[in-house]
Design a protein around this ligand. Structure first.
Ligand code: ZN
Length: 104
């Protein structure tokens, strides 16, 4: 009985140690060391690794781009223009507003 208890404690300590070492890879990633540690501790490092991969992936894919939006018709242009060409056809001079768009 004593031995079993000792073995279990040892396993828990080893597990936390492994999770701790593993969580250090999240240091330079978006997910962060601490968050990766808790995810890995409660949901096993296998799931933690999945979170790590997706956080890395997210950083590669997500970026912002400058776009120019007409607030009247709602159309978004990729080039900077003085007035919205669609509204200009209707005789309205609507200046375009600079916006940051999330690209995926
Ligand atoms: Zn417009």
């Amino acid at each position: 009985m004593e031995e079993k208890h000792l073995l279990l404690t040892g396993m828990v300590i080893a597990y936390v140690g492994v999770v701790y070492l593993f969580s250090r890879i999240g240091d330079k990633r978006e997910i962060g060391k601490r968050r990766l540690f808790w995810i890995s501790l409660f949901l096993t490092p296998v799931l933690g690794f999945a979170f790590f991969i997706s956080s890395q992936h997210k950083k590669l894919v997500m970026y912002t781009e400058k776009r120019y939006k007409c607030e009247d018709c709602g159309y978004v242009f990729s080039e900077k223009m003085d007035f919205c060409p669609f509204c200009e056809k209707e005789g309205k001079h609507n200046p375009l507003k600079e916006v940051d768009m999330f690209m995926t």
